[in-house]
Ligand binder design. Structure first.
Ligand SMILES: Nc1ncnc2c1ncn2[C@@H]1O[C@H](COP(=O)(O)OP(=O)(O)OP(=O)(O)O)[C@@H](O)[C@H]1O
Ligand SMILES: [Mg+2]
Length: 360
């Protein structure tokens, strides 16, 4: 193994349950030290892919490698993987320390080494003070830290997480997201993390793999997938988006393309993409639409009127119907300009706001 050997490498893997294909022809690599998140809707095959890496079953087709070694048919206990699931799966009659020690018991590690490692792991997850408690005497967030300590105590080659924070409330989830990332970086173990929460994926990951119907739709850094979505589906799964189906398109000229969406005409930089009527749509993010009460010099402004306002605290969603055109949502600052329904406004967009992407 060299430092450039991926920690996990899936090569054209397919997984079937009987006649149903749950994962089809997926190739994916997780590099050393990297934190990769599988993000996708319920039933898209995320857990199946994770279980494949864990060794719960062999692929129907393709190869699974860990640190370069073909483990496609190797049993779970030979793979040296730390796993954390949504359910804590702690032994209720064992103390926190004994739960964390369990993987070392199985590996028959000597007592001294075992005690040292358990203390190290508990210190890492900040639970030293709770070592002698039983699982029933700690909170859900603490239980998940115990599960994390148990996953790292034997110095695993990789970490796998399946929606570990799904059962926790929002504030605790945010805390543990930071905690998991801090720990993963400090012990420098590569991680494959499954979630269907886009915000969690965005804030934690080096790279997001967008998963749908058993296949990869797009992968990239959180910024790449958010700002350059591969399709309308990718754009809307990752956040709010204004979507305009293209009903007419003029070929690019002078660095610009002009498209029509339901009779509304808008001119975009040619770099937005290639418009194909019926097959592509224009997507933009609400925060990239700027509202003003008067036209701005030197910028193409589109007149419209406010049809709805949603106050979010951190901002407000202002829905605008453009004159002769579609509705769109603009996200403005919470303490910024206040709007009223019926008020006339002008819209323009930040540079690069629009992308023309496949409609599906
Ligand atoms: N043991 C199994 N036997 C048969 N079909 C299964 C089995 N496990 C999962 N499936 C099917 O495979 C598909 C993918 O399931 P999987 O659990 O991997 O999805 P997921 O993305 O993890 O969903 P969720 O977000 O709900 O956990 C689904 O259609 C599911 O019904
Ligand atoms: Mg799942």
């Amino acid at each position: 193994m060299t430092s450039s050997t991926p920690a996990i490498s899936l090569e054209d893997v397919t997984v079937r349950y009987g006649s149903q294909t749950a994962v089809a022809n997926v190739s994916l690599a997780v590099e050393q030290g990297e934190f990769v998140t599988l993000l996708g809707p319920s039933g898209s095959g995320k857990t199946t892919l994770l279980n494949l890496v864990a060794g719960a079953f062999a692929p129907y087709k393709g190869t699974v490698r860990i640190n370069g070694k073909d483990v496609s048919h190797a049993p779970t206990h030979t793979r040296n993987i730390g796993m954390v699931f949504q359910s804590y799966t702690l032994f209720p009659s064992k103390t926190v320390a004994k739960n964390v020690a369990f993987p070392l018991e199985i590996r028959r590690e000597p007592k001294e080494k075992k005690e040292r490692r358990v203390l190290d792991a508990l210190r890492t997850v900040r639970l030293l003070d709770h070592a002698d408690k039983l699982p029933a005497q700690i909170s859900g967030g603490q239980a998940q830290r115990v599960a994390l300590a148990r996953a790292i105590v034997f110095d695993p080659d990789i970490l796998l997480f399946d929606e570990p924070l799904g059962a926790l409330d929002r504030a605790l989830r945010k805390d543990l997201q930071r905690e998991i990332r801090r720990i993963q970086q400090s012990i420098d173990v590569p991680a494959l993390y499954v979630t269907h929460d886009q915000e969690e994926a965005m804030t934690m990951s080096d790279r997001i793999v967008l998963f749908r119907d058993g296949g990869i739709v797009q992968q990239g850094t959180p910024r790449e997938v958010y700002e350059q979505p591969a399709s309308v589906w990718a754009a809307t799964f990752l956040g709010a988006a204004n979507v305009w189906p293209i009903t007419r398109a003029n070929p690019a000229s002078g660095g610009e393309v002009t498209i029509e969406t339901d009779g509304f005409t808008v001119t975009l930089p040619a770099s937005a993409g290639d418009p194909v009527v019926g097959a592509t749509s224009v997507v933009s993010r609400p925060e990239d639409c700027v509202l003003t009460s008067a036209e701005v010099d030197g910028v193409r402004c589109h007149p419209g009127s406010v049809t709805a306002i949603e106050y979010l605290g951190t901002g407000q969603n202002v829905t605008v119907r453009l004159v002769g055109g579609p509705q769109l949502v603009a996200l403005t600052s919470g303490r910024g300009q206040r709007y009223e329904v019926g008020e006339p406004v002008f819209c323009h967009w930040r540079p690069g706001a629009h992308s023309i992407v496949p409609a599906d």
